[in-house]
Design a protein around this ligand. Sequence first.
Ligand SMILES: Cc1cc2nc3c(=O)[nH]c(=O)nc-3n(C[C@H](O)[C@H](O)[C@H](O)COP(=O)(O)OP(=O)(O)OC[C@H]3O[C@@H](n4cnc5c(N)ncnc54)[C@H](O)[C@@H]3O)c2cc1C
Length: 260
Amino acid sequence: MSTEPQNTPNAPSDVAYDVLILGAGAAGLMCAWEAAKRGARVLVVDHANKAAGKIRISGGGRCNFTNLDVTPKNFLSQNTRFCISALKRFTSQDFINRVAGAGIAYHEKTLGQLFCDDSAQQIIDLLLEGCDGAGARVQTKTKIIAVAQTASGFTVNTDRGAYKSAQVVVATGGPSIPKMGSSGFGYKVAEQFGLDIISPRAGLVPLTFEDELLARAKELAGVSVDAEVACGKTKFAEGLLFTHRGLSGPSILQISSYWT
Ligand SMILES: Cc1cc2nc3c(=O)[nH]c(=O)nc-3n(C[C@H](O)[C@H](O)[C@H](O)COP(=O)(O)OP(=O)(O)OC[C@H]3O[C@@H](n4cnc5c(N)ncnc54)[C@H](O)[C@@H]3O)c2cc1C
């Protein structure tokens, strides 16, 4: 059963929150759950009607929620050491234990990828129930108007009240797929606070053919093969799918992050 809040009264704005999280996606909900477990007073706000829209469509609706073999090498970053301590303190097995503990049936597809047997909604419910159980409040349908720094922390003005918090976590995700709630808002906040921004670029995406190649490959749309695809020294050996626009499938999604 989903604990997603609908038409609930506004979160009180006369409370001093410890952590105010902007964005109720995978990152925001996990952060809320963990912060509340440690005793913090936590509020999550999101402008979408429902939390975690992208999890709902992830993994073809079954959510590839983790991998049996997760290492820092799997994370692309200018600072390759950035994720090391986080991965040491919370391993993929820790998340698998939470999934199994909630009675969610799952299976390994290929190369250690774990998917729900039934529905990605089970992962959303796991996160929302985790937040609820730890005492974090998740408030959707909340438009953020402004974020301001104050002497004691931050004030976030929204169309449902002005919320004060010692700390603010920006977890509004990347700019892809705006109909799922993405807005690029995090980049504006980073700019406001004078942080350097690396221009975002597409990753884990299908590739499109130019017109001439598309015409030649038209007949192949729908055909899938096992392939090794390479860009420079990086290679992936997985499925490849010809589509009506170009190429997709796991090997292409992976190599797209390296495409130059
Ligand atoms: C089709 C597809 C399939 C995928 N499948 C998988 C998969 O199987 N496994 C996997 O690990 N990853 C998968 N991903 C990637 C995964 O969905 C993302 O990496 C993940 O959702 C990112 O989480 P996030 O919390 O950073 O951002 P998001 O999930 O984008 O969450 C950001 C939240 O912030 C809210 N928000 C944005 N702007 C504002 C604003 N201005 N004010 C208030 N709220 C705002 C949004 O409504 C949203 O709820 C898939 C992605 C897609 C598109």
